[in-house]
Ligand binder design. Sequence first.
Ligand code: B1M
Length: 217
Amino acid sequence: MSKEEIITRLAQSVIDGEPEDAVELAKQALDEGLDPLVCINQGLTAGINRVGELFASGEYFLPDLIIGGEAMKAALAVLEPALAGDQERQILGRVVLGTVRGDLHEIGKTLVGTMLTANGFLVTDIGIDKPAADFVSAAREANATLIGASALLTTTMPEQQKIVEELKEAGLRDQVRVMIGGAPITQGWADKIGADGYAEDAISAVALAKQLVGVPV
Ligand code: B1M
């Protein structure tokens, strides 16, 4: 199988919701020496974006979203360790990362965490469906200088604003930067809620995190 074919079939395994195929193809991709990040971006993410389009147009239903997400997660479990292994380890800063209250989307958040870890950040991943107060208390406990909050639903975006507000109330706003992301998030929203930055994807999240903790990008 050519490299292009592996990437195309990785995307298709997510569209078809076939976790076992996705895992096999991910292993094959690594065996063939493909770049894990290319497999994630051009294979898995392309596939899950197609799932989202089919869901939005009414051709797919909730179970299709779930199984597509499962296929992507299964393949990521194979590819992510290879991603992290590529990089040299140095600690640039401590980050508390999570998906906000009411929001169960974890894949993008976890990918951001993997990339931050691979690039030298100590990441405390507090998980999904987390209220603003949990981000703030975790930041205090971990002595973090950066909070990363993911939101995939327009209805859960306001919880990102609450994190900024609760940090102010806790007297920690000067010490902790706030970075936000997720499919519906824009720089305009970040500006509006007083967050310190927005990143469109996991790669730019690393550049932004470095910038926010004062490391040359
Ligand atoms: Co949901 N879902 N979903 N879903 N889902 C979306 C987000 C949606 C756009 C689909 C659609 O209609 N086209 C839509 C939201 C509409 C809206 O609000 N605008 C939607 C909906 C409606 C829903 C439900 C309400 C469906 C229902 O129940 N009727 C429900 C809500 C549940 C809840 O959260 N309370 C729901 C449920 C689910 C599943 C749980 C089944 C599943 C998630 C499985 C899981 O995570 N374990 C799921 C999925 C898979 C999706 C889509 C198809 C894919 C999301 C994903 O994982 N993308 C999604 C459509 C889409 O986005 N194309 C959709 C891949 C991932 C790598 O990308 O998460 O965008 P993403 O992360 C990127 C960037 O955004 C960025 O970097 C990441 C890597 O590049 N990023 C950050 C993310 N977080 C960041 C944080 C940062 C910086 C960058 O700094 C901290």
